[in-house]
Design a protein around this ligand. Structure first.
Ligand code: FAD
Length: 458
């Protein structure tokens, strides 16, 4: 069946993917008056968000999106990409990232924070979060500080006690790049849904002339921006014949450490996940620790057979006493993505050592916060920040251009290293800059950053 019926014969731009990379570039181009077609593999899911059914917007229902070693990589396959399932936490890009990319997008970071209205949630969201308070007090006794997180969440629309961010916000309180896709549509862009791009097609002179969908249909454009994410993008580039792509893959793996409080009121049921985090170990060990609510403690345990047996099924009657912490590691970039979308993510000795240290700290905090030690289980190696696979400086230049002069890549895959913290603000900001560059409003030369060898997260 034709997917392309009703579309124009040719576009100035095709943008592939509608997450923080593609959604942002497409919106910028549409606002700039360009003829844009967005192509998205996922559907515009509306029903079931903010419930268990929301898991269908995650690739492979989360559990089946695994590396060859069994590492789980969560990613949203829907309009808005992974912004539809992210926790909405906002981290300023670290200084070393500008140096690694060789590009300054601080101005766009500031513009976005103002435009989206980034803020921490008001106190009413934490006041009755008894489990969370106990965890923070226990951590403080160990000299570890947790701070309230800045969020892409409108507190006036969000409900206290809701913890469904990762299944699609049921109240539209979380800002996602669906907002940008809508704006692009309002400014004349077209959107092709449930259409998976197979490869880029090239003319004899090596210029990209369009894309071929998995169903064989072909669409043409003057310029193509590939923003299918840290796994989707290298897959497409490899199928298109490009070399050296898909290497240096990182994904910020997490261990989710959960248990059950002895005290009936000591769990974190109806408490929001990742409202607080500690970056005390960011510089020394390259990991973050954050809080996990009761429902996500249960869900993370369902993702692994071992934890399902130990901590989910048998403990179901105690569900409301569930509480957890996660340790999120800025991993070394030593994985690979292949043309069929499979991937490897081996962890080296350094990753293993740092992850163990973080996991032990989480365990100790939980026990000190009143969690029964025998109930503690660790759902290992779950991540959601794929990147490194079409790195800036290697696969794209500072204009986001590949070796083909009208084929660009702009999404998490151009990050040369893990920022060591959730990357959405960074991706949104450099994607906004990429849009401005494509429109000729800014030149890469005016934003170049020299490497000084400053402090890295790990
Ligand atoms: C559970 C979870 C929680 C997270 N929490 C946070 C957080 O709190 N803060 C933060 O900063 N970051 C967070 N992240 C990370 C953040 O969401 C991602 O880093 C970010 O969305 C990546 O943006 P992207 O544009 O590179 O890719 P994506 O968001 O993955 O977008 C890629 C898009 O391309 C589409 N696509 C893929 N292949 C094809 C194809 N062949 N053809 C057409 N379309 C295709 C996909 O459907 C998708 O829409 C989280 C991620 C997850 C999974």
């Amino acid at each position: 069946m034709s997917k392309t019926k009703g579309l124009k014969d040719s576009y100035e731009y095709i943008v592939i993917g509608t997450g923080p990379g593609g959604g942002t570039v497409a919106r910028e181009l549409a606002l700039g008056g360009k003829k844009v077609l967005m192509i998205e593999a996922g559907a515009w899911h509306r029903r079931g968000l903010g419930s268990l059914l929301g898991i269908r917007i995650l690739k492979g229902y989360l559990m089946f999106s695994r590396s060859r070693e069994g590492v789980i990589v969560a990613r949203g396959m829907t309009v808005g990409g992974s912004s539809m399932v992210y926790n909405g936490n906002v981290f300023d890009p670290p200084g070393f990232l500008y140096e690694e990319m060789g590009l300054d997008f601080r101005r766009e970071v500031d513009e976005l924070k103002k435009e989206i209205g980034v803020r921490t949630l008001p106190e009413k969201f934490f006041r009755n979060a008894k489990g969370g308070v106990k965890v923070r007090e226990a951590a403080a006794k160990m000299g570890i500080t947790f701070r309230a997180q800045e969020k892409f969440i409108d507190p006036d629309k969000c409900s206290v006690g809701c913890d469904w961010c990762m299944m699609g916000c049921p109240k539209n309180a979380k800002w996602t790049t669906r907002n940008y896709v809508e704006e692009a549509l309002e400014h004349g862009a077209d959107l092709l849904l449930s259409a998976e791009v197979d490869r880029i097609i090239f003319e004899k002179n090596a210029r990209a002339s369009g894309v071929r969908l998995k169903n064989g249909e072909i669409l043409h454009a003057d310029r193509i921006v590939l923003s299918a994410g840290g796994i989707g993008t290298p897959e497409i580039l490899l199928r298109s014949g490009m070399k050296n792509v898909g290497e240096s893959f990182f994904m910020d793996p997490m261990n989710v450490v959960t248990g059950y409080a002895d005290d009936e009121s000591g769990g974190a049921w109806r408490e929001m996940t990742f409202t607080h985090a500690s970056d005390d170990f960011e510089h020394s060990d390259g990991f973050l620790i954050g809080n996990v609510g009761g429902s996500y403690s249960m869900l993370s345990n369902l993702s692994r057979i071992k934890t399902m047996r130990k901590n989910a099924l048998k403990m179901l009657p105690l569900m409301k006493r569930g509480i957890g912490l996660f340790v999120k590691l800025g991993d070394n970039p030593n994985g690979n993505v292949f043309r069929n979308g499979s991937f490897t993510k081996p962890l080296d000795m350094d990753d293993v050592r740092r992850m163990k240290k973080g996991t032990d700290i989480c365990r100790e905090i939980l026990v000190k916060a009143g969690v029964r030690p025998s109930s503690i289980a660790v759902a290992e190696m779950i991540g959601g920040h794929p990147g490194g696979t079409a790195a800036m400086g290697l696969i794209v230049d500072r204009n986001f251009m590949t070796e083909h002069d009208n084929l660009y890549v702009c999404d998490g895959s151009v990050l040369p290293v893990s920022p060591g913290a959730p990357p959405s603000l960074a991706i949104l900001a450099y994607s906004k800059l990429c849009g401005k560059m494509l429109l000729g409003k800014v030149r890469a030369e005016d934003r170049l950053v020299k490497k000084t060898g400053g402090a890295r997260a790990n």
